[in-house]
Design a protein. Sequence first.
Length: 47
Amino acid sequence: MPARHEADMLGVVARRHSLAGTMFHWSITAQIIQESPIPLLLLPAEY
């Protein structure tokens, strides 16, 4: 069972998809956006 925290906001660093992720539409970031009950702060990763 996942740990429960009383957070007001979640910060997420969004990275580009890998080749396999692009082919199979894996996106953890998209899943977090869809399922998060709290506001998110999305930040782009620097390469």
